[in-house]
Design a protein around this ligand. Structure first.
Ligand code: ATP
Length: 250
């Protein structure tokens, strides 16, 4: 275990052409072997944060730096970040016309045996026959979401960024999402998860609350969640919020 965080987002601001700040001097870190949650209301900037960490070209920081294992990756492309072991599971999983589920899963681990692919499917409770189906519109959104979880299971990235991994999956599958977190941690991965769900937030080691592109609170997931539910509307003065935080965390 090292003192250097796996991921460190340092004073990152992302601004649109019209001057709107999508992220405003955001500080966040993900420690090795931890599940870090990002909570916040709709439009708070959570997906923007995920895209910025993944390196999507239109979400490059205007100021601030991003470090991965201590290395400054602010100017790295998505491909370079992927090679370092960062992966993003999109909020709305894509369709890949003409690609079978087996081929899709082998994008995550090209030498995976059929048995390993079946094991990954089994992990997210899908039957082996899905391997020969196509990842097209004939698969439901929830099925594609589950496949995305299976692909992360196979990939075992250093950092898995999961943008609302539960969206579109039924309540029973929520348990599978949390099971995946634990499995990834067993594999040596770390997780940055964006979520609206209590049960997923509760599985985190630490959480951040984003509001209008700013980090309003960092701490124990339960405290952050309670703050979000009880005090977060309307947006309070950040200084006042910090006062609330320090009172709560004592
Ligand atoms: N490319 C863009 N151009 C202009 N505005 C954008 C762009 N991307 C995001 N935004 C705006 O930035 C804000 C944050 O969006 P973001 O998708 O990050 O929120 P979120 O917290 O993920 O919301 P949700 O919970 O609804 O998914 C929103 O007001 C959104 O409209």
């Amino acid at each position: 275990m090292t003192d250097t965080p796996l991921l460190q987002v340092d004073e990152v601001t992302v601004t649109r052409e019209n001057g709107k700040k999508l992220l405003d001097q955001v500080n966040l870190r993900v420690e090795h072997g931890e599940i870090t949650g990002v909570l916040g209301r709709n439009g708070a900037g959570k997906t923007t944060l995920a895209y910025t960490v993944m390196g999507l070209p239109s979400y490059r920081p205007n100021s601030g730096r991003i470090f991965f294992e201590g290395k400054d990756i602010t100017d790295f492309s998505i491909t370079e970040r992927s090679r370092l072991g960062i992966t993003l599971a999109w909020q709305y999983p894509a369709r890949y016309e003409g690609i079978t589920v087996a081929e899709y899963l082998r994008l995550s681990r090209k030498d995976a045996t059929r048995r390993e692919l079946e094991e990954a499917l089994d992990f997210i409770q899908m039957e082996p026959f899905y391997l020969d189906r196509f990842v097209d519109k004939a698969l439901s959104g929830g099925e594609r979401k589950r496949l995305e979880l299976a692909s992360i299971y196979l990939m075992r990235p250093k950092l898995a960024i999961l943008d609302e991994p539960d969206s579109g999956v039924d309540l029973l599958a929520l348990g599978d999402v949390i099971k995946l977190f634990k499995k990834l941690i067993d594999f040596g991965s770390s997780v940055l998860v964006i979520t609206h769900r209590d049960d997923i937030a509760s599985a985190c080691d630490r959480a951040y609350l984003l509001c209008n592109g700013k980090v309003m609170l960092e701490g124990q997931p339960i405290a952050v969640k309670q703050y979000l539910m009880s005090l977060c509307s309307p947006c309070s003065d950040p200084l006042l919020v910090r006062g609330v935080i320090s009172n709560e965390s004592q």
